[in-house]
Design a protein around this ligand. Structure first.
Ligand SMILES: [Zn+2]
Ligand SMILES: [Zn+2]
Length: 397
């Protein structure tokens, strides 16, 4: 066979069974590259390889021993995995050149290495290689003395939360003075607020999964002094490096809600894909929110004017002063979709308002020094502020 002759000539007969078989993988039948090479009945000793420097000899019992030790040490629970490897750059280059010079369409050497290790692990551990989605990645470094590193992929849990008391931020809030390092001001906690919607769930999930770190991704957020009522606000909790992946979410949800009774509640916890993290942050054009606001006027207001609030309609809202340090200064156009009110006394009333997401309600009421137009204070002809605010519904997308 002409190709065999070309390969032998180019390598001076110095190839290992793996590399020879791999070069012939599209031309000769065989169960694997080694059996392809052996089927040729060539007068070669295969002891020296000009492509890989006999790197395949490093895939031995000692290497597998290191992998098993690592998995035992980490006590990691997994069903699926992939193998990744690092090999000397020269080996990779020589392999690429060889393939290119002979104009072959065969797999690169790394793929064969990963497959050989993966197959052995599948057999011994009774776990499955899955390229699409895997619980862990077994990284093998074959550059010098083989080293093994195991990467544990995160898990994602989605649900909805309620915030039943004021004064709790959605996510961990570093101390304003020490920026989280810990100082006298924050009692060396590094935190501005003792707890958050995030921490009140994540500490329990971290414990149950033996995870390293949690990240909370909310579908928007409410201010610290705003309640989140109704069916709740969607969120995704990401648990990094969980050593336990199979947890009873229903049971955990119950426990967490009992512990946090009267503070925060979490509903419908379920495992989800990574992509949900981004999806819940993008609101669809017909997403809406419903708020309940207690409006306090500086002086008695004209009750006949309340009806005019019903046609607030299109609001041109410039970025509020209080958030201008973290959000781009621009005018956003948002619509009030529905509004009703209930008179409390001469200077206050309660307003239920349905709007497109992203409208700032406190500023819609006060007018924010003319930055929100039209606004509640202007319609009533008196100065007004939002004294209390609750989110009572966040729409499903
Ligand atoms: Zn080789
Ligand atoms: Zn501090």
């Amino acid at each position: 066979m002409q190709l065999v002759d070309e390969i032998i000539e180019k390598s001076d007969g110095k190839l290992c069974r793996h590399c020879l078989g791999r070069m012939l993988s599209k031309s000769i039948d065989g169960e694997d590259n080694v059996s392809r090479a052996e089927s040729l009945d060539l007068d070669l000793d295969f002891n020296e390889c000009v492509i890989c420097d006999n790197i395949f000899d490093k895939i031995d019992d000692e290497l597998f021993g290191k992998i098993y030790d690592k998995l035992v040490f980490l006590e990691v629970e997994f069903d699926s995995f992939v193998v990744g490897s690092r090999i000397p750059k020269e080996v990779q280059q020589r392999d690429e050149e060889f393939i290119k010079d002979l104009d072959l369409d065969v797999e690169p050497i790394k793929k064969e290495i990963n497959r050989i290790i993966g197959k052995e692990l599948e057999n011994t551990l009774k776990k499955e290689v899955n390229f699409e989605k895997q619980d862990i990645i077994v990284n093998v470094n074959l550059i010098k003395n083989p080293k093994v590193r195991v990467q544990i992929n995160p898990i994602f849990i989605e649900g909805k939360y309620n915030k039943l008391v004021r004064g709790i931020p959605q996510t961990k809030w570093p101390c304003g003075k020490c920026k989280g390092r810990g100082c006298e001001e924050c009692n060396f906690t590094g935190k501005q607020y003792p707890c958050s919607v995030e921490e009140l769930i994540s500490e329990h999930v971290l414990k149950a999964t033996k995870g390293y770190e949690a990240k909370f991704h909310g579908a928007g957020r409410e201010d610290i002094d705003v309640l989140m009522l109704g069916s709740g606000r969607p969120f995704v909790l990401e648990i990094k490096e969980p050593r336990i992946r199979k947890i009873d979410l229903e049971k955990l949800e119950k426990e967490i809600n009992e512990i946090n009774e009267g503070k925060t509640q979490y509903h419908g916890l379920k495992f989800c894909e990574r992509k949900r993290k981004a999806e819940i942050k993008v609101s669809s054009p017909d997403a809406y929110k419903v708020y309940r606001a207690l409006v306090k006027c500086e002086e008695a207001y004209d009750k006949d004017k309340l009806v005019a609030l019903k046609d607030l309609g299109e609001i041109h809202q410039q970025t509020p002063i209080r958030v201008s340090h973290r959000r781009a200064d621009k005018v956003r156009i948002k619509h009030v979709l529905d509004l009703s009110y209930e008179i409390i006394d001469d200077t206050s009333f309660e307003m239920t308002i349905k709007t497109e997401g992203g409208l700032y309600i406190k500023e819609l009421i006060s007018g924010d020094e003319g930055r929100s137009n039209p606004n509640v204070a202007e319609k009533l002809g008196v100065k007004a502020i939002c004294e209390k605010l609750d989110v009572i519904e966040v729409s499903e997308k």
